[in-house]
Design a protein around this ligand. Structure first.
Ligand code: NAD
Length: 286
């Protein structure tokens, strides 16, 4: 298969990342099936995608023509059997290794043999997911950034098993979405989250140690290091449960104590403060 023969993209998981990936693929002209086990989530995804496109059209960042194309090209699925013709599957379900392995094992039974498998995981071993899929040579990490329609980077992660054709097609595919590529090896957190997440985790340690207030920690990092968001604002945006899962993968995957998750971050998640996803985040916890 070549990139030009790549017509159907199936995205697994209609949360914030899956919705964004589906949106960008459909506005780029691919036929897209967005799959989720939860029908309500699919309905939420549909209205979120349409709203996002309307805003982008208003701002002149998306043509009306691309929005019309999306409406024709994007459909929503709850039946996994409907994904059988996928040329590429991009998995974006929750950051849980066992759940991801389970879905890849199922997808292998359903999707045609030439289909490429990609995971949008933030940190989990691409090699272990590839093994569960039983398609190690056709497996790759495509780590999109949040929010997908606005962020320009996709971190491409290969394993020793990824074949040259899969890498080549994946790179051309990402470029066709008007995104930039960086290449990373398969290591916990890859590059972006190996550097970003310890910073966010450190902000929780600083708060836990009583160094400063939430507001001032965010303000210090925003104005002092010229980042568009402070670490707590960003953590809420990513999802505190996702941040905690990534820190656990870094800690367990490296056995290095510098990656241990802050107790405060764990406390937030245990109490259901997951950030923007549920509307209760760092600033609403006292
Ligand atoms: P999310 O919680 O918003 O969405 C997850 C979705 O997966 C939900 O809609 C849920 O219903 C669905 N789901 C769960 N199990 C499923 C299954 N077995 N089959 C189909 N759907 C299933 O999560 P998210 O923030 O979109 O993150 C998704 C993935 O993207 C994670 O691996 C995360 O680490 C990664 N990621 C997240 C960000 C971020 O900023 N949030 C950035 C880059 C990568």
């Amino acid at each position: 298969m070549t990139r030009k023969q790549l017509e159907e993209v199936c995205v697994i998981g209609a949360g914030q990342m899956g919705s964004g990936i589906a949106q960008v693929c459909a506005t780029s002209g691919y036929r897209v099936k967005l799959f989720d086990v939860n029908q309500t989530q699919l309905e939420k995804a549909k209205s979120g995608i349409y709203k996002s496109c309307e805003k982008l059209v208003e701002k002149g960042k998306l043509s009306l023509e691309s929005f019309t194309i999306l409406k024709e090209k994007l459909c929503f699925e709850t039946k996994i059997s409907e994904l059988k013709n996928a040329d590429i599957v991009i998995e974006a379900i929750i950051e849980d290794e066992a759940k991801k392995k389970e879905i890849f094992s199922e997808l292998n039974k359903v999707v045609k043999k030439t289909g490429i498998f990609a995971s949008n995981t933030s940190s989990i071993s691409i090699a272990r997911l590839a093994e569960a899929s039983r398609r190690p040579s056709q497996f790759i990490g495509l780590h999109f950034m949040n929010p997908v329609p606005l962020m320009r980077l996709v971190e491409v992660v290969t394993t020793l098993g990824t074949n040259a054709q899969t890498l080549e097609i994946s790179k051309e595919f990402v470029t066709s979405l008007h995104k930039e590529i960086t290449l990373s090896k398969n290591y916990p957190g890859f590059v972006v989250n190996r550097i970003l997440m310890p910073m966010i985790n450190e902000a929780f340690f600083a708060l836990q140690d009583g160094l400063s207030s939430k507001e001032d920690i965010d303000k210090a990092m925003k104005l002092g290091t010229n980042q568009p968001m402070g670490p707590f604002e960003l953590a809420d945006f990513i999802g505190l449960d996702t941040c905690l899962s990534i820190m656990k993968v870094l800690y367990e995957g490296t056995s290095d104590s510098k990656y241990r998750p802050s107790l405060l971050l764990q406390e937030y998640v245990e109490n259901g403060y997951l950030g923007r996803k549920v509307g209760r985040g760092v600033y609403s916890y006292s």
